[in-house]
Design a protein around this ligand. Sequence first.
Ligand SMILES: [Zn+2]
Length: 255
Amino acid sequence: MPAIFKSPAFVLSGQDLGESDRLITFYTMLRGKMHGIAKGAKRSRRRFVNALEPFTMLDLSLALPRTTGLNRIDSTEIMDNFPVIRHRVECFIMASLCCELVNLWTKENDTQEEIFKLLQWYLKSLNDGLHPRKTTLFFKTLLLAMAGYGPDFDQCLLCKRPPMSDHVIFKIHAGGFICSECWNSVDRTHKISLGTLKSLRHIQNGSVDNFHRLTMTDSVFEEAWSLMKGLHCHHLERVPSSYEAFNGLKLEIRK
Ligand SMILES: [Zn+2]
């Protein structure tokens, strides 16, 4: 008998494997990211009835190989399939982006229960109808910090003092900002407002409990959104493919 591993888990992604199987990527509470083969899932959808759709929360059982090889999915029980997210295009794209980011940022069998909890808070909030872009901004800011790449929002990279004026220059490559006293000699792309800096600091230093307390103007929100996208893409050295779907979404809205 193979060893059975059981854990609550989220489905991050899936891909076809050979003629009849699918290879599913999960984020589990007990062991972080894990893969499992869904035997026969491509040929018959009945066996796993919707359990392997992206961002479904499962009670997962994996049969672990005795020596080498892949885990096999032994059983799945749906704990939550977040139906509202699936019926709203914007929420679906946001949730897909966040699952893709978790997949890109994490390594196999590297347990980070805080990432599991963040994903759980995020999908539940999205499903409960909380502002999709704001919840996604919280998610992306906190995930970046959990991955160990949270920028320094507190002090200027050069003079090490807190910002004194309304704007700063953000240096994505250096993971911090340059204040107006020091910015004479630097390239001024990525100028952001103090409000944006403070909002991101508030999110990063706090927790999801700060969600309702933080209010942001549209311009602060847009700046924070684009800065977070820039930081994730820079550190991951790629543009996550879900961002393409955002471009499609914007076009659709414009029509
Ligand atoms: Zn300075």
